[in-house]
Design a protein around this ligand. Structure first.
Ligand code: PEP
Ligand code: MG
Length: 586
């Protein structure tokens, strides 16, 4: 049969930025055929033993993968965490208990019982309709498949034969498989399954590999060895590119490398406008491993430490000592730079297990018992976290940030907790040098509109533009079907930001912005013009924002902000921001 040499384009979603070019390497992922047969009642014990044998083997294999993951140059902490979570799923978990019960009650073989239990757990997770839990369902599936492979004596490394410089095309890349990926050999990947929230995407970003997903019928008409281009910026895959396309993309890759090199060179330069005004550029952190990126980016501190990671993937709450130790490790790495610690911003089903059933199901989680509302209802949860933060504050500059604040009363209540916790620590012989600054996230329109009252009871503000956008224009930030309407540059959002910044200036308290907008270089001139002098963002975005700051004068930024605020149509605003940004790049 004649081989098709025509260029072929497939669209998906870009989940990790950048462009990669290389030969395709297709991973065939045929499902594992699962035999089902009944066993005699007196064989159930032996069958459970067989299951336990497989569990031990998989645990050992996961241990080996963990060792391998530890040697990866980047992204190893994510993988290690995940592999540990997998190991956790193999002892006393619902998965294992359920399989044992099915073997005992239904008298069927271990493989069939595993398949049944995976299906049941996946159905439970799917019913919860939550992106985070959907990813956990994949984890259960992954652990289950490993057990099946072990029982059926199937072991494979899907990348064992992957050639140097290749691009992996697969239905799905599981995190444990990804631990086998050698980032020195693989230059990018494309998958059918998994969105921007998926593990493959997270791992690709951690490894700095361009990736796209959501590409239906991915491998149809593409063969291993065909040259493919992955464009992580727009989610496009081009197979067998024509000469013109290939040359254009090769140029793009070379330009990107140059640009990255140039931006890296800004690391140690001060973030200063052309009229010499310093701007504080801080970093957001979600996981302890992010501290390396914070350092590489030359951030002047951590403006937002999301503490949710301490409460995820576990069935017990972290105690004060554990939280203190975790925070201390991060603070020590900052070596005197400030750390803004946000108290727990979660609730509802997400971490119900770690909260020991303390939190019920919310009808509408975005509007339900979450963040500080939860903390004030479950005082022990808040107090334990405050105690850990107060204890760590003796080791360096720390600020306490309260999420989802909607009223002055909430801040007064938190302050009362803080004073009480300090007294308790004092009685335990732990002496502090005063209380750290206490600030509010301004991310609910109500908080922005009472910002002048809040400024009297807060020591600082941090504007959460992600939630502020969600709640102002009533667009669920996690819902794909309305994602095109989610617009942080909507005039209503910009006016609330302006109002908040003005209130902070009047009361002379620091105000920063820590939503995604802070890391969008198109927004930099506007944000400075609105009066912001502190921004906190993903560390990877910091060099580009610094680059922009170095081209702006504050008077020009104010004029620009005024022009933008006079506009009423949000489409128009984005176009003006884009044009201004393109101009500034020259
Ligand atoms: C925000 O809402 O803008 C924010 C920074 O917090 P998170 O994204 O964690 O909700
Ligand atoms: Mg928020």
């Amino acid at each position: 049969m004649k081989q098709n040499n025509e260029q072929k384009k497939i669209s998906g979603i870009g989940v990790a930025p950048g462009v990669a070019i290389g030969p395709a390497y297709i991973i065939e992922q045929s499902g594992i055929p699962v035999p089902e047969y009944t066993i005699d009642e007196d064989q159930t014990e032996a069958e459970i033993k067989r299951l336990q044998g497989a569990i031990v083997k998989v645990q050992r294999h996961l241990g080996q993968l963990r060792k391998k993951a530890e040697t990866l140059p980047t992204g190893s902490e994510d993988m290690v965490l995940l592999l540990d979570a997998y190991k956790g799923m193999l002892s006393g978990s619902r998965l294992v208990r359920g399989v044992e019960e099915i073997i005992t009650n239904q008298h069927i073989n271990a493989e069939a019982a595993i398949q049944k239990q995976i299906n049941a757990l996946k159905a439970d997770f799917a019913a919860m309709n939550d992106a985070y839990l959907a990813a956990r369902a994949d984890d259960v599936g992954e652990v289950g498949s490993r057990l099946l492979r072990s029982l059926l004596q199937q072991n494979y490394n899907p990348f064992a034969e992957a050639p140097e410089g290749c691009i992996i095309l697969a239905d799905e890349i599981t995190p444990a498989d990804a631990a086998l990926l050698d980032p020195g050999r693989v230059v990018g990947f494309a998958t059918v399954l998994g969105g921007a929230e998926g593990h493959a995407a997270i791992i690709a970003r951690a490894l700095g590999l361009p990736a796209i997903s959501g590409v239906g019928a991915l491998t149809h008409g593409i063969h291993s060895g065909d040259i493919v281009i992955i464009d992580g910026r727009n989610g496009e895959l081009i197979a067998r590119p024509d000469v013109q396309t290939l040359v254009a993309y090769k140029r793009a890759v070379a330009r990107k490398k140059q640009e990255e090199k140039r931006l890296r060179a800004l690391r140690d330069l001060p973030a200063e406008t052309i009229d010499g005004k310093p701007i504080s550029l801080q970093a957001n952190m979600e996981l302890p491993r992010d501290i390396d990126a914070v350092d590489d980016a030359g951030a002047s501190g951590v403006g937002l430490l999301r503490t949710e990671f301490m409460f995820m993937n576990r069935s017990t709450l972290p105690d004060e000592e554990e939280q203190y130790q975790t925070l201390k490790t991060i603070l020590e790495r900052l070596d005197g730079k400030p750390l803004t610690i946000r108290t727990l911003d979660v609730g509802g089903e997400k971490i119900a297990s770690a909260l020991g059933g303390a939190v019920g199901e919310s009808v509408n989680p975005a509007l339900g018992l979450r963040a500080i509302r939860l903390g004030l209802k479950r005082a022990k949860l808040l107090d334990t976290q405050l105690a850990a933060i107060l204890r760590v504050s003796v080791h360096g500059p720390v600020r306490i940030l309260i999420p989802m604040v909607s009223s002055v009363t909430q801040i007064k209540q938190v302050r009362a907790h803080l004073i009480q916790v300090e007294r308790r620590l004092h009685r335990r012989g732990i002496k502090l040098r005063g209380l750290p600054p206490l600030g509010a996230m301004i991310e609910i329109p109500a908080a922005a509109l009472v910002a002048d009252s809040l400024a009297r009871v807060c020591d600082f503000f941090s504007i959460g533009s992600n939630d502020l956008t969600q709640y102002t224009i009533a667009i669920d930030r996690g819902d794909d079907s309305v994602a095109d309407l989610y617009d942080p540059f909507h005039p209503a959002v910009l006016r609330l930001i302006q109002f908040t910044v003005a209130a902070a200036w009047r009361m002379n308290i620091p105000v920063s912005l820590c939503g995604e907008m802070a890391g969008d270089a198109r927004a930099t001139a506007l944000l400075l013009g609105l009066g912001l002098r502190e921004l906190s963002m993903s560390p990877l975005r910091l060099p580009a924002v610094k680059n922009e700051i170095m081209k702006i004068s504050l008077p020009d930024a104010s004029d620009f902000a005024e022009t933008i605020l006079n506009k009423t149509d949000h489409d128009n605003i984005l176009a003006v921001l884009q044009a201004h940004f393109a101009d500034s790049r020259g």
